[in-house]
Design a protein around this ligand. Structure first.
Ligand code: KIV
Ligand code: ZN
Length: 525
């Protein structure tokens, strides 16, 4: 059995299922490029049948991303599998179809209303149908960890005989505990007669906070593919955090039988930040490996130890995972080429129109702040004319606020002529202006925007963070808005002024609301 673990990243599928985390095409492409750069073996790019947007992003990723295998998810339903096959087709022999069907008693009885024999028949049919398109077919028995082990073994044997090259055992509801989950994997390896013909994979959710521990137990027991996401984002409590698995295997090789991965750990922090930015999901400060505090030592006794010898309190070198890889900041005197070079280094790819738009914003910020850091640039990438807010641009705003004044705001927006069309095509935006009073300056500015747009968004979450240090730091606002159509939409905006950052974030959310909704009845697991 090989010691090399296949890393299957589902940030763009299961990760994106996290409420408020949905990414637009541009954001998905940035993430996909970074996943390839860090060295993921498989990128699950989406669930193509679920919406035109999902189909398009899987297709684009399959067309443009070189290196990793590109997988598309499908239920064991012919039309799902057909859509997945079309979406991944540009990847050629690097294309994988991932089909799934629930197998546990509770799902069989209440969700599917099907007997065991019927489940096996549908699973086999699904795998065979997928196999008619591609060689590389993965099958997942959904809720595998709660499925009767003998039945799970029967399903596994049947789908391998039908052509599945990977069988992935999901702990769909995060119910497993490490010893029992490892045992289950060992049981399958010992009891499925044709198990050698496929890779056994695992996919763990974090409902009990054990997704990484369960994944590692399964690898120890013989699984050779592990599924997860960057920062552990995903449905409910999330998926196994791949950066933690990568570093656990590197830091404690003796504990896991010297298993290796192809990941470049120096890309971990960059990947984490990019995913956090693109998904609008902030990384908790105390998150292992990638949280701001992961390598910060505040207790005097710890600091003393670190000064004497870092290994007294550090089990990993922060530089090994990409902390501290910052370069000299840019200033307002820096040219366009320097800005583009830095963005490329950060993992962003810009069209000439986008370069123009960003350079204008860069100069504006350069006038207000002494140094423009990498994080400032990355934050700028996501608002203004580059982000989803391209429908409206913030042209001007003015607020009055104080202890004895009713806060009021006047906002002027430009409506981009062909909303969704190319940016910077020379046509002038239509100017719209209105004023409103509010509970505070930020509230007043958002109400003024609501008046202009004729829609009322309800703020359900609002965070403001300093992107970089210093009095002139760029502040980034991340918010979530309920526009009343059942979708919670996130938005981001950055500025040295918190009201401006909030207005930009709100407009960014407005831009995303135009994303097509998923059809009913196709809910992903
Ligand atoms: O959690 C789950 O069961 C899934 C499957 C589709 C693998 O996401
Ligand atoms: Zn899942």
């Amino acid at each position: 059995m090989s010691d090399r673990i296949i890393l299957f990243d589902t940030t763009l599928r299961d990760g994106e299922q996290c409420p408020g985390a949905s990414m637009n095409l541009r954001e998905k492409m940035e993430v996909a490029r970074q996943l390839a750069r860090i060295g993921m073996d498989v990128i699950e790019a989406g669930f193509p049948c679920i919406s035109d947007g999902d189909f398009e992003s899987v297709h684009r990723i399959a067309t443009e991303i070189r290196g990793p295998i590109i997988a598309g998810l499908a239920r064991c339903v012919a039309s799902d599998i057909d859509a997945a096959a079309r979406a991944i087709a540009p990847a050629g022999d690097r294309g994988r179809i991932h089909v799934f069907l629930a197998t546990s008693a509770i799902h069989r009885e209440f969700k599917l209303k099907k007997a065991r024999e019927e489940i096996i028949r549908l699973a086999v049919e699904g795998v065979k149908h997928a196999k008619s398109y591609v060689q590389d077919v993965e099958f997942s028995p959904e809720d595998g960890s709660r499925t009767e082990p003998e039945f799970l073994a029967q399903v596994t044997e049947a789908v391998i005989a039908a052509g599945a090259t990977t069988v992935n055992i999901p702990d769909t509801v995060g119910y497993a505990v490490p010893d029992q989950f490892g045992e289950l994997i060992r049981y399958l390896i010992e009891n499925v007669p044709n198990v050698e013909e496929a890779i056994i994979s695992v996919h763990c959710h974090d409902d009990l906070g054990m997704a990484v521990a369960n994944s590692l137990a399964a690898l120890k027991a013989g699984a050779r593919q592990v599924e997860g996401t960057i920062n552990g984002i995903g449905e409910r409590a999330g998926n196994a955090a791949l950066e933690e698995i990568i570093m656990a295997l590197r830091t404690r090789p003796e504990a896991f039988g010297n298993l290796t991965t192809a990941a470049n750990p120096r890309e971990i922090v960059r990947s984490s930040r990019l995913v956090s930015r693109m998904s609008s999901l902030l990384v908790p400060r105390n998150k292992a490996i990638v949280g701001e505090n992961a390598f910060a030592h505040s207790a005097g006794i710890h600091q003393d130890g670190i000064i004497k010898n870092r290994s007294t309190y550090e089990i990993m070198d922060p530089r090994e995972v990409g902390w501290g890889d910052t370069e000299l900041p840019l200033t307002k005197h820096s040219g366009r080429a320097a800005m583009i070079l830095r963005l490329t280094h950060l993992g962003f790819t810009l069209s000439p129109e986008e370069q123009d738009a960003l350079f204008t914003r860069f100069k504006q910020i350069g006038d207000r702040k002494k140094f423009v850091y990498d994080d400032d640039l990355a934050a700028l990438m996501e608002d203004g004319p580059l982000g989803a807010s391209a429908l409206y641009t913030l042209e001007y705003f003015h607020v009055t606020s104080g202890t004895t004044t009713v806060p009021t705001a006047t906002v002027r927006l430009g409506r981009v002529p062909s909303a969704g069309g190319p940016i910077g095509n020379g046509t002038e935006p239509e100017i719209l202006q209105d004023s409103a009073a509010g509970n505070g300056a930020v509230d007043a500015a958002m109400k003024a925007i609501d008046r202009i747009l004729g829609k009322r968004g309800e703020l359900v979450e609002y965070h403001v963070t300093g992107v970089t240090a210093g009095e002139d730091a760029l502040g980034e606002v991340v918010l979530k808005v309920d526009f009343g159509d059942g979708r919670i939409v996130s938005g981001k905006g950055a500025s040295t002024d918190v009201v401006e950052a909030s207005a930009r974030a709100y407009l960014n959310a407005v831009g995303r609301v135009h994303r097509p909704a998923a059809p009913q009845g196709n809910a992903a697991p």
